[in-house]
Design a protein around this ligand. Structure first.
Ligand code: ADP
Ligand code: MG
Length: 238
């Protein structure tokens, strides 16, 4: 579960085509990073996959099924944003359980999933606190917890660490990589930070002006950048 295929996907805003026809396969269980300069279309591409924006043409398939016109909540994906968007008046437990309450899951199942997510994220001791009583890293973990409890077939991260200070960012980077190992679920991770891309990715997708410059493992891109743009972005000596 968690294989995502984009087939000749395009996106225009008005007359401006920000994503020209694009083909991409994200393999089941892979940690895929979209990297590229600001404005190159990373967030747009992620939002198209999530269904938060409609594609202008083409097809998106998830686990072999046409998901092009499937609403976001039915795609089996969970998105984690940089702004934590936690509810300040609710406990950590209630914040994490929020999507499950909306889905009207029974209470015992809600509790089971919240406890499980809290254990994975080392939040078990913080469930009764409010977000205001947490550190930035803990708040980010709560936001991830809210994605985990939905048991998605893939996680979509849009620059989740960009609000954190440098030291915390390194720690969270490792935590998310650990989480990927534990859950063995597809993760698509957007960043403009090449160190994040190189250290976290199984596969890097280098974007420039809405098109894919190159796809490969960090080592492939480092040793065999297709052009100077990729070399410059990956930090390779070429
Ligand atoms: P990135 O996440 O890589 O910084 P975005 O996906 O946010 O880039 O933006 C890609 C391009 O699409 C930019 O030129 C941006 O201005 C444009 N864009 C994004 N969202 C909208 C929108 N809702 N309306 C019009 N233009 C948009
Ligand atoms: Mg963005």
């Amino acid at each position: 579960m968690g294989r995502i295929t984009l087939d000749k996907v395009t996106k225009s805003f008005g007359d401006v085509e920000v994503i020209p026809p694009l083909d991409l396969t994200i393999e089941d269980g892979e940690f895929t990073v979209f990297v590229g300069p600001s404005g190159c279309g990373k967030s747009t591409l992620l939002r198209l996959i999530a269904g938060l924006e409609d594609i202008s043409s083409g097809q998106i398939r998830i686990d072999g099924n046409d998901a092009t016109h499937v609403p976001p909540s039915k795609r089996g994906l969970a998105m984690v944003f940089q702004s934590y968007a936690l509810y300040p008046h609710m406990s950590v437990r209630k914040n994490i359980a929020f999507p499950l309450r909306m889905a009207k899951l029974d209470k015992a199942e809600q509790d089971r999933r919240v406890e499980q997510a809290a254990a994975v994220l080392n939040l078990a001791d913080y469930l009764d606190r409010k977000p205001g009583q947490l550190s930035g890293g803990q708040r980010q973990r709560v936001a991830i917890g809210r994605a985990i409890v939905r048991e998605p077939s893939a996680f979509l991260f849009d620059e989740p660490l960009s609000n954190l200070d440098a030291a915390l960012r390194v720690g969270m980077r490792m935590e998310i990589s650990e989480l990927h190992k534990k859950l063995a679920t597809t993760m698509v991770y957007v960043t403009h930070d090449q160190v994040e891309a190189m250290t976290m990715a199984d596969k890097i997708v280098v974007l420039r002006a809405g098109h894919i410059e190159q796809v490969g493992s960090p080592l492939e891109l480092y040793h065999n950048p297709r052009n100077l743009f990729v070399a410059g972005f990956i930090g390779s000596p070429t």
